[in-house]
Ligand binder design. Structure first.
Ligand SMILES: [Zn+2]
Length: 317
């Protein structure tokens, strides 16, 4: 028995555990195929260091880089009716939800938070593409309404990061009803005279582009993000024609007047601060790290003493 538990079992365990390590530490860029080290990728905000492809960023990671010092408070989102249609494809809808919750560690496909960005108080909402393709169901609708209500209550601008494959088919017509619901939520901000800024990330498609994602006062997109209602493959098959290069990508939409800006992720925060403060009529934020405040004369005995090391040496001698 000892031989089995002391020698054989560790041997078997080490055989399996060794293989898992490289997969967790390295990820492959879906655009150019470069292997990227996880720490390097995180430092670069999930943007490929080789081809600048903007990979999905979870709402939590996004908020950590958006808010001052990575500090934010989550805004509560009302719960929804679970599985109203008793939908089932290969798997039951509640099982799919549970699997997505386990994978992402989040309750649903959208996270709402409040905090300060460049000392500017804001409310932000971000859609999670890793959670069932960021699909818009009742919860996402509730989240956007909660975000808009909170923004109106606090008189703050709302910044929304979109990423979605469209409506959530498991909720059928109820998911489509989120299009008018969220449109009304955006209208609430307009009536309150508060800025609503949308950042479209790769990919933002379907019902999401037919509602709240295209209703911003300012429309910003990340480079090369796919933004469309029906995808290019569907259109190509329907009209049986080759589509132009870069069709439905951020840069193409900017050229054709659908967007205001296409901004690299590393510049996004500064740009959002500038735009938000401008829209609120606030003075520009002070950029860069400030030097430590200079103490007034007569208040600093310690540094003066330190310049004479021989004085400090005397008592010990
Ligand atoms: Zn790449």
């Amino acid at each position: 028995m000892n031989w089995i538990s002391n020698y054989v079992r560790p041997k078997i365990n080490s055989l399996f555990s060794r293989r898992e390590v490289p997969e967790n530490l390295w990820s492959k860029c879906p655009e150019c195929g470069t292997m990227l080290f996880h720490r390097e990728l995180k430092d670069n905000l999930n943007v490929c260091t080789n081809c600048s492809h903007h990979m999905a960023l979870t709402p939590r990671d996004r908020f950590e880089t958006l808010f001052d010092g990575g500090i934010f408070t989550e805004v509560a989102v009302p719960d929804t009716v679970a599985d109203p249609l008793h939908f089932r494809d290969q798997k039951k809808y509640p099982d799919r939800l549970k699997a997505a919750q386990k994978k992402t560690g989040e309750t649903e496909a959208m996270l709402v938070a409040e905090g300060e960005m460049g000392r500017t108080p804001i409310v932000a909402a971000a859609q999670d593409f890793t959670f069932m393709g960021g699909s818009m169901g009742m919860y996402v609708g509730n989240a956007i309404i909660a975000a808009a209500e909170r923004a109106v209550e606090l008189k703050r601008p709302l910044i929304l990061f979109s990423a979605a494959g469209g409506a959530r088919m498991q909720e059928g017509i109820l998911s489509l009803m989120q299009m008018p619901r969220t449109t009304v939520a955006v209208e609430m901000l307009r009536e309150a005279g508060l800025p609503y800024i949308v950042v479209l990330t790769h990919p933002t498609t379907g019902g999401v582009t037919a509602s709240y994602a295209m209703l911003g006062d300012v429309q910003i997109a990340e480079p090369n993000a796919l933004i469309c209602f029906a995808g290019p493959r569907v259109i190509e098959q329907t009209i049986r024609e080759k589509l132009p290069e870069g069709f439905q990508r951020a840069e193409y939409l900017l050229d054709h007047g659908m967007l205001d800006r296409v901004t690299h992720r590393k510049d996004l925060r500064d740009e959002l601060i500038t735009i938000t403060r401008m829209m609120l009529g606030l003075p520009p934020a002070v950029m860069g790290d400030l030097p430590a405040p200079v103490a007034e004369a007569g208040e600093t005995p310690e540094p003066a003493a330190a310049t004479h090391p021989e004085d400090e040496a005397k008592p010990g001698a």
